[in-house]
Write a protein that binds this ligand. Sequence first.
Ligand SMILES: Cc1cc2nc3c(=O)[nH]c(=O)nc-3n(C[C@H](O)[C@H](O)[C@H](O)COP(=O)(O)O)c2cc1C
Length: 184
Amino acid sequence: MTNNETLKAIKNRRSIRKFKENQITKEELNAIIQSAIYAPTGHNDQPWHFTVIQNKEVLNKISEVANESMKNSEIGWISKLGSKNRPLFYNAPTVVIVSGKEGAYSPLTDCSAAIQNMLIAAESLNIGSLWNGLVSYFFENKEEAKILNLKEGYKPYYAVALGYKDCEQPVAPERNEDVFTYIL
Ligand SMILES: Cc1cc2nc3c(=O)[nH]c(=O)nc-3n(C[C@H](O)[C@H](O)[C@H](O)COP(=O)(O)O)c2cc1C
């Protein structure tokens, strides 16, 4: 079989930037975070921790603090983006912070594999998702970051925003197919 539900979910998944207000169900959240911990990891370290945030005030705070840090960035497009004060997670009702264990063999790679699993799992349930890297600007503010009570010895890398889609499925940016070499 050259097409199935998994392949469809992989190809259909797009970054979603408009979410409905209503929360995803506990079952949906569980299915998505469980998919994360089944990703492969170097040395089978499973060097990750996931902080699930559904508290609106906390989510707004992260956004506010990140935008303030972004404004001070020396990178032009980042400071411009920060000045817009746009909600970092586009008002998604659930955000998962993904942190990697310091000193593990390949924590960033492993956490990235876990994130991709979450995105595909979300898409398979028709739930919108967004991989967010700009959250790192929130973590620059060590004092404010304390509100997340992150696990000691773990470094926060990325966030995943989750929620019901409130938009048409975006069209995939054109793929560059000129990236395969076959040695037959
Ligand atoms: C490491 C990484 C960090 C990202 N950070 C952000 C982000 O902070 N904000 C955002 O809106 N999108 C972010 N994205 C989403 C990308 O912009 C998006 O994946 C890309 O434009 C391709 O679109 P697609 O996901 O619909 O295929 C990030 C993606 C990756 C892989």
